[in-house]
Design a protein around this ligand. Structure first.
Ligand code: MV4
Length: 494
């Protein structure tokens, strides 16, 4: 246990799955008690079993549970939690929730409502930062009033252009248009999608860079305004705008470019008076050796572990300490990067059925281990992967002295990973890691759209699963362990 008193006595984690488990782990190391929240389908979930206390917050539908501010706030007050960690997704970037926490006397572990509002308006953020000397993609940073204006703006920018929702995120509603007919159709579809997904239909236009790279910089800012960066991450391997494999450092960024992009990121953080952990996203255009600001992600990101692996910094710990008012325990000179880390996101999806979700019961589960392998997961043998939430079930993160060895290590780890009972994208990752262009580092944002990747068959699991019969049904030793866990008299507030 840490010697000095913990930053908080008790934290409620307003999330589920692997990120909730991830936050609970750091809390345990800091001597902080934890409260999990769960919907009816998550009552036996790993994060519930690992927390010190657990509160039921509603039925499976996110709006009635993990997005239910009243239920979450009530759970925090009932258990005496002083702070709430929102994880990513759900309420993590919701300014009203950040505000509500502060009104209720609870510390929101993340940036202020004002910063969430700023970063949520992609047009306002780009316009403001462009005025402050931050390079942005050539475009029109005013919301488009109608399709005719969009056609005029596209003519002035030059095709191809990219249509984006003003209040969007994660690529939803983004459309690449190569001509006026495509733009006319995309405008109607995207504004409709933006309205249903984000409650706001406004769109904007930018010049589209087909061979760009998605480079993001991790920053940490304490309440005195001291800013440090933890270098960059390469996030160009995305499928339908969904990141699936990330790495740090980027194979295309040399020391000079690193100096440039991290200085830009620190300048953005200072300009917008950011506080806590955040990520500044850039588009890198190799042909111009230029970085263009894309957006600020005002939350901890799924891919944060690759940065932790090359710097040794626990980013969740930094978030908690900053939220508790502590000064950053690091100066920029203290932060060095070493080696290379890769993360593969493991989704309960079936690559042979166009990656449709594959919920269900995990009948066999053996995560990989060994030198330089970390698995951040939220599942166990016998648990159910419900259909109501994002199908991310775990992340395999490897570290090695260099990128070539990290690729070899990741392949070895994925071949070891046993997940039975549901389909996963492990075979797809193995194929990416064997692709010559990927191995050369010749990756870019359209990589998965343009390079044919056939998911590989998963080798049969090597480890036997001890099965005992219990009455008419088989039960594995893991399921027996869960029963014992549940009977261990833990506090389960209904
Ligand atoms: C772009 C771009 C190229 N040009 N904007 C995708 C999600 C969001 N984070 C920003 N994204 C992009 N914005 C301009 N002006 C390329 C991406 C992009 C991408 C685009 C298509 C397919 C995969 C992609 C992966 C990462 C980034």
């Amino acid at each position: 246990m840490s010697l000095e008193s913990p930053p908080f006595k008790k934290i409620l984690i307003a999330n589920r799955g692997e990120i909730a488990v991830r936050v609970i782990r750091t809390c345990k190391e800091l001597g902080i008690k934890t409260v999990a929240v769960y919907s009816s389908v998550d009552k036996d979930a790993l994060h519930v079993l690992m927390a010190d206390e657990a509160c039921y917050i509603g039925p499976p539908e996110p709006l009635k549970s993990y997005l239910n501010m009243d239920a979450i706030i009530k759970a925090a007050k009932r258990t005496g939690a002083e702070a709430i960690h929102p994880g990513y997704g759900f309420l993590s970037q919701n300014p009203d929730f950040a505000e509500r926490c502060e009104e209720e006397g609870l510390v929101f572990i993340g940036p202020s409502a004002e910063v969430h509002r700023f970063s949520g308006d992609k047009v306002g953020a780009k316009r403001f930062l462009a005025h402050n000397g931050i390079p942005v993609v050539p475009g029109k940073y005013e919301p488009l009033t109608d399709v005719d204006e969009a056609l005029d703006v596209a003519e002035s920018i030059g095709y191809p252009v990219m249509l984006k929702p003003r209040f969007g995120g994660g690529g939803i509603g983004m459309r690449i248009c190569h001509g006026p007919d495509e733009l006319r159709e995309a405008f109607m579809a995207s504004s409709k999608l933006a309205l249903s997904a984000f409650g706001r239909s406004e769109l904007y236009l930018e010049k589209y860079y087909p061979r760009a790279r998605h480079i993001e910089v991790q920053i940490l800012v304490d309440k005195r305004g001291r800013v440090i960066h933890l270098f960059e991450r390469e996030c160009s391997i995305q499928r339908r705008f969904q990141k699936i494999l990330e790495e740090a450092p980027s194979p295309i960024i040399d020391d000079e470019l690193r100096e440039k992009v991290t200085e830009l990121a620190v300048r953005v953080a200072k300009t917008i008076k950011y506080i806590n952990a955040g990520t500044i996203e850039f588009l890198f255009v190799p042909s111009e050796e230029a970085f263009y600001f894309l957006e600020v992600n005002s939350r901890i990101q799924v891919e944060h572990p690759v940065t932790e692996m090359i710097t040794g910094v626990d980013i969740v710990e930094m978030q908690i300490r900053i939220a508790a008012g502590e000064d950053l325990p690091l100066d920029q000179e203290d932060v060095a990067m070493r080696g290379h880390a890769i993360e593969c996101r493991i989704y309960a999806e079936d690559p042979e059925r166009n990656f449709e979700p594959s919920p269900g019961r995990i009948m066999g589960y053996d995560p990989p281990g060994g030198p330089g392998v970390r698995v951040d997961d939220g599942v166990y043998a016998g648990c159910e992967v419900p259909p109501y939430y994002d199908p991310l079930i775990s992340k395999v993160i490897v570290w090695a002295p260099n990128r070539e060895k990290a690729i070899i290590r990741m392949r070895r780890a994925l071949e070891e990973y046993v997940i039975e009972g549901i389909k996963t994208n492990i075979g797809f990752h193995l194929a990416i890691l064997r692709n010559p262009a990927f191995i050369k580092g010749d990756i870019y944002t359209r990589f998965l759209d343009e390079v044919k990747i056939e998911a590989e068959k998963i080798p049969l699991s090597r480890r036997p699963h001890v099965r005992e019969t219990k009455g008419e049904s088989e039960v594995t030793v893991e399921e027996k362990a869960v029963d014992a866990w549940k009977l261990s008299g833990r506090v389960m507030l209904g």
